[in-house]
Design a binder for this molecule. Structure first.
Ligand SMILES: Nc1ncnc2c1ncn2[C@@H]1O[C@H](COP(=O)(O)OP(=O)(O)OP(=O)(O)O)[C@@H](O)[C@H]1O
Ligand SMILES: [Mg+2]
Length: 337
């Protein structure tokens, strides 16, 4: 039996298993079209996913492959993730992590653990758990053999808590610890008092802010539009941001559009915006932190700014996967021997 931990983020889907598999891809879905070249240009950057359930069959592009489509579908900021898209991303990640079995009869049922943003956790954890417990489908990714995926036991944890647990014995035995998980659209943050090695959350200092990497992407997109008169399609936001950071100009209508200084400015402004949201709740406790943990993909983009603001900062190992790894630890701690 396998334990699969999946973090379906607004920007990226991340998954790890207790057998050492891991995968990540952009949380993007698009209608699949026929491959006129019959695979000769397929560089393996996927994925084409076929899903068959009792409600019917569908074939979609997921992740990098979907990004090239003008019909690419992203999650919408601040909104609950639509169930069908969420579950398609989850099934794809599960398949890529070797979950499921080739026969529905001699099934190997896997355990699943997922997270929810703190702001949705209380209201939705039971609904999500229930839906995922009932999920079952035949799934094939990139033309490989179909597998039957359904889950035995489903656990739902709050995001951010995962990242804290991922630190393992790097956590001090006592003191006050801040955790900042910066994602694509949301930043989850929490304050913990460690007593006898147990982290106790301070409820009035835990929350979610609607700020993340997306704000930088938007700033870069709006500068692109200012310079060219054309909007930058959303599916290119991530790539444009990486190019801006690396000082590589974007080629558009035979011109080179350089967005490096826009990136530096947005990094500073958005980093300070995020810090402002957090400090509003942490208040004067901010100065007394024994450790500030940065996690999430955004910690890579804003760490430089936040390090100057928060004390004793450290980065979760593998920041992007920190929640997925932590959920897995939390879940295996509860697994009966
Ligand atoms: N494999 C990777 N390599 C490099 N950068 C990555 C990788 N995966 C994610 N990122 C960066 O991290 C960002 C996404 O961060 P993260 O996965 O923490 O957000 P999310 O969990 O999808 O968002 P949210 O928490 O708002 O739901 C991307 O925009 C990208 O810049
Ligand atoms: Mg996240």
């Amino acid at each position: 039996m396998l334990l699969v931990s999946i973090d379906v983020g607004y920007g990226f889907t991340k998954a790890v298993t207790d057998s050492g598999h891991r995968t990540s891809f952009p949380s993007v879905v698009a209608p699949a079209h026929m491959d006129l070249f019959n695979g000769i240009f397929n560089n393996g950057v996927g994925h084409k996913v076929a899903v068959h359930t009792l409600n019917g069959s569908q074939e979609k592009f997921v992740g990098e492959l979907a990004l090239n489509s003008t019909a690419a579908q992203h999650f919408v900021a601040r909104h609950e993730k639509p169930a069908d898209m969420h579950d398609l991303l989850l099934l794809t990640a599960a398949y890529l992590c070797d979950a499921g079995s080739f026969s529905a009869v001699s099934q190997r049922k896997d355990d699943l653990v997922v997270g929810l943003p703190l702001s949705f956790y209380r209201a939705q954890k039971d609904i999500l758990k229930d839906r995922l417990s009932r999920l079952s489908a035949w799934v094939s990714v990139d033309g490989k053999e179909k597998k039957y995926i359904s889950f035995n036991k489903v656990m739902v944890f709050p995001q951010g808590a995962g990242a804290l647990v991922s630190l393992g014995n790097m956590l001090p035995k006592s003191g006050m610890i801040g955790l900042i998980d910066i994602g694509t659209y949301t930043t989850d943050f929490m304050l913990f008092e460690i007593k006898n090695g147990m982290p106790i959350p301070m409820p009035d200092a835990c929350g979610s802010a609607e700020a993340g990497i997306y704000l930088v992407q938007r700033a870069i997109a709006s500068e692109f539009e200012k310079q060219t008169g054309s909007p930058l399609p959303q599916r290119m936001y991530q790539k444009a941001m990486e190019m801006a950071r690396d000082g590589k100009p974007i080629s558009f209508e035979s011109r080179n559009i350089d967005l490096y200084s826009e990136w530096k400015q947005a990094q500073k402004e958005v980093g300070e915006t995020i810090a402002g949201h957090i400090m509003a709740l942490w208040g004067d406790r901010t100065g007394f932190l024994d450790m500030t943990v940065f996690a999430g993909g955004g910690s890579i983009w804003f760490g430089e700014i936040l390090e100057k603001i928060f004390s004793n900062s450290i980065y979760a190992d593998d920041a992007v996967f920190a929640n997925a790894v932590g959920f897995m630890r939390m879940a295996s701690g509860t697994k009966k021997p």
